[in-house]
Design a binder for this molecule. Structure first.
Ligand SMILES: Nc1ncnc2c1ncn2[C@@H]1O[C@H](COP(=O)(O)OP(=O)(O)OP(=O)(O)O)[C@@H](O)[C@H]1O
Ligand SMILES: Cc1ncc(C[n+]2csc(CCOP(=O)(O)O)c2C)c(N)n1
Ligand SMILES: [Mg+2]
Ligand SMILES: [Mg+2]
Ligand SMILES: [Mg+2]
Length: 343
């Protein structure tokens, strides 16, 4: 793998040379890749939205669970999702790569192809990054810069008593997909067709930028968070940031047909993946109940999914779940936590 490898600078131009700059952004990039830092133009009446997320081999993926292009896609998608969760428009990205010698140049190029294809669909431009050789696992850190209309950023702290809680799509599919991908009997290429939608949700998540934009431009107060660690954990984050209690209805949690089927045949509870699985990159949020119909209509007009899953009440920060059997309990704030063995 290491023979004839390009040097650092050769590798950088090999992988970044494959990226296209959307014409919409060209005039905003004063200095792109190739100097000490990029210089990009902001827009009057907008604010910057900036975030960064990392993916590490054996923590966020294994060779068994993700193709190189999937890794690039997902690393960028998780960042775009954070911009979506602020109601923003993703624009620019920077990539930091910690590359062990066990990964070939072709595989690295495929990582960039996965990123580049997603970036192209969202009209985003790569404007820089960093490359280092590492002796440990492959690490991929992406920083995204986006923008949102001044004062329109959507925060986790905006939920109020009397709000309704919504979700922009089904949850749990990614966790179930990971369960499938980790089974050695299949591997990425031979997953039964009926489970493919679950595996694809895990490998190639699609961030809900349109939903975030619709909410940010509605002029309505909205609390919003994206689901990286699981619905339970993200709902708790809203409850704590807003100092309110979220009351969720088990019966209203949207579960896809494939997850219900897979949970059934594998002897699992689909709700465990929905609450604690994570990596769905759907948006969970709260808006005043009086806007429910308007919001539902706006989403339906654009053929965007939207599910109402509960309500917000005054009280100390908590997430409670009303089970179909009539009981209600606190939903544990568990989910994916990097420093907690109990996941
Ligand atoms: N090492 C760090 N240094 C400075 N700020 C950090 C660091 N790690 C996280 N943050 C900040 O903490 C906040 C929460 O970050 P966190 O990573 O939990 O959110 P997230 O990206 O939405 O979730 P996830 O990483 O699970 O996708 C963000 O404002 C983030 O910028
Ligand atoms: C091989 C393998 N094992 C476990 C997982 C599950 N996983 C890893 S990180 C994470 C939360 C989001 O990460 P972050 O909080 O860093 O954004 C989840 C649910 C996986 N994807 N691949
Ligand atoms: Mg993060
Ligand atoms: Mg987030
Ligand atoms: Mg996390």
């Amino acid at each position: 793998m290491t023979e004839n490898r390009r040097d650092e600078f050769g590798l950088i131009s090999y992988v970044t040379g494959r990226q296209k700059v959307p014409t919409t952004l060209r005039k905003r990039i004063t200095v792109g890749n190739g100097d000490d830092a990029a210089i990009v133009a902001g827009r009057v009446n907008y604010e910057w939205v900036a975030c960064c997320d990392t993916m590490v081999e054996d923590v966020h993926f294994k060779r068994q669970t993700m193709l190189p292009s999937d890794i690039g896609h997902k690393a960028l998608a998780s960042n775009i999702s954070d911009v979506a969760a602020m109601g923003g428009i993703p624009l620019f990205y920077l990539v930091s790569l910690g590359l062990p010698h066990t990964w070939s140049e072709e595989e690295v190029a495929e990582i960039y192809d996965g990123m580049g294809a997603l970036a192209l669909r969202y009209n985003m431009a790569l404007i820089g990054g960093d490359t280092v050789a590492v002796s440990g696992p492959l690490t991929l850190t992406i920083t995204v810069l986006g923008e949102v209309e001044r004062g329109h950023g959507l925060l986790r702290s905006s939920a109020r008593p009397g709000d309704a809680v919504f979700l922009t799509g089904t949850v749990g599919d990614s966790g179930a997909g990971l369960d499938i991908l980790l089974q050695e009997r299949w591997g990425i290429a031979n997953i039964p067709a009926e489970w493919m939608p679950l595996a694809n949700r895990h490998r190639l998540p699609e961030p809900d930028v349109q939903a975030g934009r619709l909410l940010a431009t509605s002029g309505i107060r909205v609390a919003l968070n994206d689901i990286s660690d699981g619905l339970a954990s993200e709902a708790w984050e809203i409850a704590q940031a807003s100092n309110v209690r979220l009351e969720l209805e088990e019966a209203a949690i949207p579960l896809s047909a494939p997850i219900l089927h897979y949970a059934d045949v594998s002897g699992n509870n689909a709700l465990d993946w929905a609450f604690y699985g994570g990596e769905d990159y759907r948006l969970v949020g709260c808006v005043s109940a009086k806007h429910k119909e308007n919001i539902s209509r706006a989403f339906a007009e654009r053929e965007l999914p939207l599910y109402w899953i509960g309500e917000v009440q005054a009280g100390s920060p908590e997430v409670r779940i009303h089970w179909q059997n009539g009981e209600s309990t606190t939903l544990p704030k568990k989910g994916y936590n990097h420093f907690n063995e109990e996941r």
